[in-house]
Design a protein around this ligand. Sequence first.
Ligand SMILES: *Cc1c(COP(=O)(O)O)cnc(C)c1O
Length: 468
Amino acid sequence: MKHLLRELPPIHELQHSVQFDDLRTRLGQTPEQITKAIQQVINDIRYVLVNGMMEEQITSQNLPDYIWAQTEQKLIQLERDRITNVINATGTVLHTNLGRARLSEKAIEHVVKVAGQYSNLEYNVEEGKRGSRHDILEEMLVEVTGAEAAMIVNNNAAAVYLVLRALAKEKEVIVSRGQLVEIGGSFRVSSIMEESGAHLVEVGTTNKTHLYDYENAITEDTGMILKVHTSNFKTIGFTQTVESEALVELTQKSEGVIFYEDLGSGSIFDFREAGIGEEPVVREVIESGVDLVSFSGDKLLGGPQAGIIVGKKVLIDRLKKHQLARVLRVDKMTFAALEKTLLAYITGHARQELPTLRDILKPLDEIEAQCSQFITTLEPYQEIYDVEMVESTSQIGGGTMPDVHIPTFVVAVTHRHYTAKQLAEKIRLGQPAIIARIKDEKVLLDFRTISKDEMDQVGTVFIELAKD
Ligand SMILES: *Cc1c(COP(=O)(O)O)cnc(C)c1O
């Protein structure tokens, strides 16, 4: 096919053809954009021809059509969404790769409103002067956690960094060896500590740390005891951790030593009452006397990405005044989403309004009904699909409650012509993408994390595949 190289038309010729004008009117794109796309297409074609990689049957006759079709594809690609929604069929509610918590309807509405207009982000309307964004949601956070004061930063990793940097730089910070965790491959307590300029003092062993380990480690240089919620793994068997209460007592006896707990998830809703996990609620941790607590906004709280720091007012005030507070500050859209998320807790509607809570607490019969509905949808395609509803378990995710497996129902799907891996890939490349698990050569769809609104879309992706 190399002879085609000589037949590639010059760009200026293509620019003056009717197809060029046709693309302009149909796609509404500028001549510059179209020219750029044509150049890329010609370069691509030249490359595959030179390397003998052309898969299509291209002849001198259909070459121009091929160029225009490829150009149109490129231009359409240019306008596609880079970040877009996917269907989470994994059953993992707080899937870090899939954006963690979904926002509530009210949170979304509020974000849209605040994003499109001017707001009082840093303006005190009553007094007609500059205000502080740190004050906007503080009262609400104080109300839901019972803490004296609160502050919001970009995410919980930022919260940990700020606390260490502002309050323990060049001081010793005591951490139990069993809590030196790495979360999601990118957040490592020891690395953040090093970045912050605080000096890590490890105590105890991987499986056991006693109160006397902490006591013996306290020196004149100790600035803080940090307790990290070991949220994404669980040491089982012969283990011992020191309760927060004991550490509160110890730090109160030790002049100038702050007790800070990185809770990771930080739940406001008590999942234990629903029989799920042993996660303490933030209020309890505060009541135990911990000086500072931080947690994520988009984990069990069910809100936007944020790092929430609550605790003693003297300490929070120091954090707000630190230069890094400016670096780590959050956007108005985050405040808007967080406001309505917190309001759901204050008004007692969190269980109904917040998708994260709804998904975790989704009744089994609802999941079962969705499974049945999907199976019915695929009934006309029995030649292609084998489907079966089976019992399984869902996970919370986001490094939260790793040992908790919530009972669920999944639909196990096999395709007559594809392996499970191929089927999973096909639905992943569907519109919208469906992300599912594979087990025992079957694709598993967990309807815990698929909302009722998404049922039709899931059905359509599978029906389209059946027609291939
Ligand atoms: C998730 C987690 C973090 C990081 O929080 P992000 O909001 O993802 O930055 C830090 N510490 C613990 C214990 C966590 O579980």
